[in-house]
Design a protein around this ligand. Structure first.
Ligand code: FRU
Length: 294
């Protein structure tokens, strides 16, 4: 059987404790199953930079034909990605970037665009362009990641133009985690009598904030916006009326592997592949769930 395998492809995942990454792994493993010529080796960084660095070093030692990596953070993974590049292994960076552009390809969503869409919608929810009024709680993802910065910057391109919008927090990071966002929101609720909108850099954090507001009996006064739109999570929470909206951040699992195989087969690949997004509100959430069999 092993002789049939033409390509050994390593995939270094940052963590699997977050639902979006569990889905990401499912997507890449399902795609690999469609390619009998590919042996896919998946590692789990367990949400620790040191562990993920060791994983990549291991894959380099195994002389994989291509390396796919979704880094936990940019700075800490740049060195080892460079090592792979120096070892002439084609590198495909997925979802979060590193601080070099010498990789073969980047595949992921456009976080600036998603942030802008979220900001534009927040302005609409708070009364519309030029008239928006409200106190906003923003809960950041991991500070060392580009998606968090892009999601922040895009959002503020819209909300910062509104004199009636006030930002209640300054760079508070929930590190993408629901429980950390719950705690940030619980404190914000204690410190602020009026909160109108929460922007979580992902759905688990928007939902954690929702749960904190619910426990304080204030969830009805607040709009919650998240990002990811996993059918069983964000989309379901929107459909339940818990979140007001979420924006699709598709996992690059299937596309990333397809691109790597294309490259290994000698075809040209683009430097960047950008995955589509969409806004999910009560209007389309139910339909999306139906399409996914939920
Ligand atoms: C999962 C996650 C997603 C988020 C992405 C950003 O680890 O936090 O929820 O959209 O990473 O890189």
């Amino acid at each position: 059987l092993a002789q049939d395998k033409k390509w050994r492809i390593g995939f270094s995942q940052a963590t699997t404790i977050e639902p979006w990454r569990a889905q990401f792994n499912k997507d890449i493993i399902a795609e690999a199953a469609k390619h009998p010529e590919v042996e896919l080796i998946v590692t789990d960084g367990e949400d620790k930079t040191e562990k993920q660095v060791a994983d990549v070093e291991n894959l380099i030692r195994q002389e994989v034909d291509a390396l796919l990596i979704s880094p936990k953070e940019s700075a800490g993974l740049t060195g080892v990605v460079q090592q792979a590049i120096d070892a002439k292994i084609p590198v495909f960076v997925l979802d979060r970037n590193v601080e070099t552009d010498q990789y073969t390809q980047f595949v992921g969503g456009d976080n600036k665009l998603i942030g802008r869409a979220a900001g534009e919608y927040a302005v609409e929810l708070l009364g519309g362009k030029g008239k928006a009024q409200g106190n906003v709680v923003e809960i950041w993802g991991g500070m060392g990641t580009q998606p968090a910065h892009d999601r922040h910057d895009g959002f503020h391109e819209f909300t910062d133009k509104e004199p009636g919008i006030k930002n209640l927090l300054d760079q508070q990071s929930g590190d993408w985690k629901q429980d950390q966002a719950y705690n940030i929101m619980a404190t914000a609720l204690r410190n602020n009598e009026k909160i109108d909108l929460v922007y979580g850099h992902n759905d688990p954090m928007a939902y954690g904030a929702y749960l904190a507001a619910k426990d304080a009996g204030r969830e009805k006064d607040i709009k919650f916006i998240g990002i990811d739109a996993l059918p069983g999570e964000g989309v379901t929470w929107v459909n339940n009326g818990e979140l007001t909206a979420t924006f699709l951040y598709a996992t690059p699992g299937a596309e990333g592997l397809r691109q790597a195989i294309k490259f290994l087969n000698g075809e040209k690949v683009e430097k960047t592949v950008t995955l589509d997004t969409m806004k999910v509100t009560k209007e389309n959430a139910g339909q999306i769930m139906k399409e996914k069999g939920l």
